[in-house]
Design a protein around this ligand. Structure first.
Ligand SMILES: C[S@@+](CC[C@H](N)C(=O)[O-])C[C@H]1O[C@@H](n2cnc3c(N)ncnc32)[C@H](O)[C@@H]1O
Length: 258
């Protein structure tokens, strides 16, 4: 499967940074996943695909509930570390390396497809949703959790895009809830929930370190923060706390059914 430039950038970035996404990363807290799962009915032992699994936190949570889980990612070192983390918790999972835009699975193979804090790196979120719908069994569910920007906020969305692109050049684009809903409907999925909730981001410096942001790009981001338009200041609650720059992501939880 030939990768495009966006996919290659993500693969390289996350292979390099894979050591940072396991134990101790903020994504280890899966309260958001547990909350969303309480609204999804699954077979006692479901076939689950966790796309762009990163440190594996979402997929491993599902494995800990007794489901049969496949962890997929574009970056091989991520998969190795996620599987090792699972083994250290006594969990058995299958791993597959492939991009989110094209799956190597047959039609109707899974009861649940999950994807958390990753689609903003995908070169084609639309293809990802199409593939998700294809591999879901009738009655199966899609759970998406990712940063987003509410519809109708082009200035704030563009500001956040610039910040994220400088911080981590493998960032591609945030997708609004309205656009995700259109992608789902076009793929034959029925959206049951699409809600944004504020999520406090840790100190900007922690965020820089996580993505190994270059000193030049750190300076440019700080400049963007200092000159943020009112729309972005307000929407992302930009502030300083104890000398640290903090802001709030708009985190989208979308649940759709086939
Ligand atoms: C922040 S981590 C994901 C966190 C994880 N889902 C969790 O819940 O802990 C982002 C992951 O997306 C993967 N990724 C980025 N672009 C991708 C693509 N086009 N296809 C598959 N995986 C991709 C990266 O390799 C990385 O492991």
């Amino acid at each position: 499967m030939e990768l495009d430039a966006v996919q290659r950038a993500a693969q390289e970035q996350f292979a390099r940074q894979s050591g940072r996404y396991g134990k101790g990363h903020i994504l280890e807290n899966v309260a958001d996943v547990a909350d969303a799962l309480s609204q999804i009915s699954l077979p006692a032992i479901a076939d689950v695909l966790d796309v762009a699994t990163g440190g594996g936190h979402t997929g491993l949570h599902l494995a800990s509930l007794g489901h049969r889980v496949t962890l997929a990612d574009i970056a091989a070192p991520m998969l190795e570390k996620a599987a090792a983390l699972g083994a250290s918790r006594g969990l058995t999972v299958r791993t597959r390396q492939h991009p989110a835009e094209e799956f190597p699975y047959g039609d109707a193979s899974f009861d649940l497809v999950t994807c958390r804090v990753a689609p903003h790196h995908f070169s084609s979120p639309e293809s990802f949703v199409r593939e998700t719908a294809r591999v879901l069994r009738p009655g199966g569910h899609f759970l998406l959790i990712d940063g987003s920007v509410e519809d109708g906020q082009p200035e704030a969305e563009e500001w956040l895009h610039q910040v994220e692109k400088l911080r981590d050049p493998s960032h591609h684009r945030f997708v609004t809830p309205g656009t995700w809903t259109k992608f789902c409907e076009a793929a034959g999925l029925k959206v049951k929930r699409a809600t944004l909730a504020p999520m406090k981001q840790p100190d900007l410096n922690w965020y820089f370190d996580c993505a190994a942001t270059s000193p030049e790009n750190r300076r440019l981001v700080l400049d963007l923060v200092a000159h943020a338009p009112e729309s972005a200041r307000h929407l992302f609650r930009l502030a300083e706390e104890d000398g640290k720059i903090i802001w709030w992501w708009q985190r989208l939880t979308l649940i759709a059914a086939r």
